[in-house]
Design a binder for this molecule. Structure first.
Ligand code: 5AD
Ligand code: SF4
Length: 442
């Protein structure tokens, strides 16, 4: 009988993509994935450290595994990902029932580590690498729909934004061989996938140079899009300091590169951005938005925003709100600042914005975004969009759901439609979160 692996993933898309690599490495060792935790011989939790509450959530969750080990003493439990990297062997002291602690660059070592824990040892490998990109590993897809997939194109980050733990947990930036990226996408197309999202902490600094090829991100994006006109290509995440005119023009000129850019601003205030070490200011960011808006008509725009960063004054917070109004984001991920050990901010600045002030500022940001999202959706009423059908609607079993090119969710009647089909849908009404449409053409 095959051995069973249960894997739970927290955090960003990058982590989901890594879980697919892990599943692939273990499949070669005879492990099949199971959705039933009680059946598992091996439980992996792929963790996130980006904010304190992400870590606390995982800590609470893994306590539930303790009794499973009493029921099945041969069960092995592994903590993977960013929390494993950050806390290393200390996790064994704090969570005595954990067998394996494995950082994001050490997944190839998993089979050997699992064998070596058979005698009851606890083992950690948190060595970071300057080269590892898992380029040759063909990920086992964990997505359910067989329509959209994530493809990792680079790993790590060299930006060292003052608040961010990622350079410490994921190591230095390195790009993946473009041939292996194109091969992976071709394979997805052959399997019927219709959408890929190219992933990296800062995709704009993708760079590859060897004897045969010299490629930047805009060129990679174009090459991926050229594989099939039926394939939608998205990417995440971009750093505003690196988003070039060439990239913006490539998006504008290539029909199947989606007109949607996630461009995390983090704060609208130049002085806060300086303390965050973001390497751009308010004017630079607005100039990039201007370039996007004038080059790519109706481009979807989304952002990340942090409320209550070290030393943030009321005036600086107001600048964040005014930035949101000026750009008119369609969507945003919004967070309260959470101090992370060892980062520059933790060493250099005081986490001095009162918790109640942080909460109030975050509320103001969320309320404003709710209004902006609604306004943006209202502007789409009456327009016709090409929608890739990707699921049955969550709310109503008689409706289908899909995304527009500019990355908005649209729901519409159409039980006879196939998943993975493109349809033309007219937007007839909306909420702040969803466009509601009618199919006008198959
Ligand atoms: N506190 C709050 N939010 C953070 N992010 C990163 N680090 C922190 C932190 N210490 C947010 C940023 C980033 C997103 C992935 O998470 O907005 O873009
Ligand atoms: Fe992803 Fe960052 Fe969280 Fe690591 S810390 S899982 S890189 S969001």
């Amino acid at each position: 009988m095959s051995k069973k692996l249960y894997i739970e993933t927290y955090g960003c898309q990058m982590n989901f993509s890594d879980s697919e690599v892990v599943a692939s490495i273990l499949k070669a060792e005879g492990y099949d994935l199971t959705p039933e935790i009680k059946e598992a011989d091996l439980i992996f939790v792929n963790t996130c450290s980006i904010r304190d509450n992400a870590e606390r959530r995982v800590r609470n969750r893994i306590q539930e595994f303790r009794h499973l080990k009493h029921l099945k003493p041969t069960l092995k439990i592994g903590i993977l990902g960013c929390m494993a990297e950050r806390l290393k062997e200390n996790l064994f002291k704090e969570e005595s029932f954990v067998d394996l602690v494995v950082g994001p660059d050490a997944y190839r070592d998993l089979p050997k580590m699992i064998t070596d824990t058979a005698d009851g040892r606890q083992l950690a490998n948190t060595v970071l690498s300057l080269e590892e990109t898992y380029a040759d590993i063909s990920p086992v897809r964990l997505d359910k729909n067989g329509i959209s997939a994530f493809v990792s194109i680079m790993r790590g980050c060299d930006n060292y934004c003052a608040y961010c733990v990622v350079p410490f947990t994921r190591g230095h930036e390195r790009s993946r061989n473009p041939f292996s990226i194109l091969n992976e996408v071709s394979d997805l197309i052959a399997k019927g996938y219709k959408e890929v999202t190219l992933l990296g902490q800062n995709v704009n600094s993708f760079a590859w140079k060897d004897d045969q090829i010299n490629m930047n991100f805009a060129q990679l994006l174009e090459s991926v899009a050229a594989l099939s006109p039926q394939l939608r290509v998205r990417f995440s995440t971009s750093h505003p300091k690196d988003i070039s005119d060439e990239l913006i023009e490539t998006i504008a000129n290539t029909p199947n590169i989606c007109n949607s850019i996630h461009l995390p601003v983090q704060s609208g205030s130049t002085t806060t951005l300086q303390r965050m070490k973001r390497n751009y200011d308010r004017e630079w960011y607005l100039n990039r938005i201007e370039k996007i808006k004038s080059t790519i008509p109706d481009c979807g725009l989304s952002t990340d925003m942090i409320a209550g960063y070290c030393g943030e004054t009321e005036e600086e917070h107001q600048q964040s709100l005014s930035m949101m109004e000026l750009v008119g984001y369609d969507f945003a991920f919004m967070f309260k600042y959470s101090e992370r050990p060892d980062t520059l901010a933790a060493r250099k600045y005081k986490d001095d914005v009162d918790e109640s002030v942080k909460a109030r500022r975050l509320d103001e940001i969320i309320n404003l975004q709710q209004r902006l999202s609604h306004q943006s959706n209202l502007r789409d009423v009456g327009k016709v969009f090409s929608v890739l059908v990707d699921s049955v609607s969550k709310r109503s079993k008689t409706q289908m759901s899909g995304r527009t090119d500019h990355n908005k969710v649209m729901v519409f009647d159409g039980l006879d439609l196939q998943l993975g089909q493109y349809v033309k849908v007219k937007c007839v009404s909306c909420t702040a979160a969803t466009l509601i449409g009618e199919v006008v053409e198959l």
